[in-house]
Write a protein of this length. Structure first.
Length: 251
């Protein structure tokens, strides 16, 4: 696969990792569909990069299917799906206010894990209809986990569980889709400068960055985007989780 021949759907594309990925892919010649609940921001970014925007709730089957059909109507095909939509609610299993709210746990699992699977399965159903390349390849799915899947901190029970699920489904999904020529990869970012961190203040950001061995800073969303672009073009990468975290191991 070459990026300039790629038609990609990207969830959570109105901000953060998804926006950076949409911008880089478009810059390198890909056709990009931005899927996000915030359709206003998604359209703003799409207008700037020559992409298409679709209001999408990743947890809703009909919503995702409409976006996929809209992308195919616009570009004629889908060859890549990058899942960046997610939430990071924090709460202890038992805190000062009592047990972890079950609704918060369910919402986190629903968006981060169920939503990722929902998009992946529906995208795969479309990608499998593509004409295969000489090696049988038809497309690629890239899901976003987190290093919290491996060493989650206190208050991250729901988040770590959701991202652990994303890690856990990578290999079996790759095996499921191998006969259709669809690769499945997962990226596990460390601490990145996304909108969720931008509001924490410079002092907190500096403290977080100090824990990163090398380089001692927060990740830039463009670095996630570059890795996603590399995965698209590196056709032998499949069924694997790649950490991008500056060697950070949270404790």
């Amino acid at each position: 696969m070459r990026l300039e021949d790629t038609a990609a759907i990207i969830t959570g594309a109105a901000s953060g990792l998804g926006e950076a990925t949409a911008r880089l892919f478009a810059e390198r010649g890909a056709r990009v569909a931005l899927l996000d609940r915030d359709i206003g921001k998604a359209r703003d970014v799409a207008d700037q990069i020559g992409g298409a925007a679709f209001e999408t709730d990743v947890t809703d089957e009909a919503s995702v299917q409409r976006a996929i059909e809209g992308c195919i109507a616009r570009f004629g095909v889908i060859t890549a799906a990058i899942n960046c939509a997610g939430v990071a609610d924090a709460a202890k299993t038992v805190g000062r206010d009592g047990p972890h709210p079950l609704s918060v746990f369910q919402r986190t699992i629903d968006i981060n894990l169920v939503g990722t699977f929902n998009v992946a399965r529906l995208a795969a159903a479309a990608i499998q209809n593509n004409t295969p390349a000489s090696d049988g390849a038809r497309g690629v799915i890239i899901n976003t986990a987190s290093i919290a899947a491996f060493d989650g901190q206190k208050g991250q029970t729901a988040y770590a569980a959701s991202k652990g699920g994303v890690v856990g489904m990578c290999l079996p999904m790759a095996r499921d889709l191998a006969s259709s020529g669809i690769r499945v990869m997962t990226i596990a970012p460390g601490i990145f400068m996304t909108p969720m961190l931008a509001g924490l203040g410079a002092e907190v950001q500096a403290q977080l960055a100090a824990d990163v061995p090398c380089p001692p800073r927060l990740g830039d969303p463009s670095e996630y985007a570059k890795l996603a672009a590399f995965i698209v073009e590196a056709g032998y990468l499949n069924g694997e989780v790649i950490r991008i975290d500056g060697a950070l191991r949270m404790r």
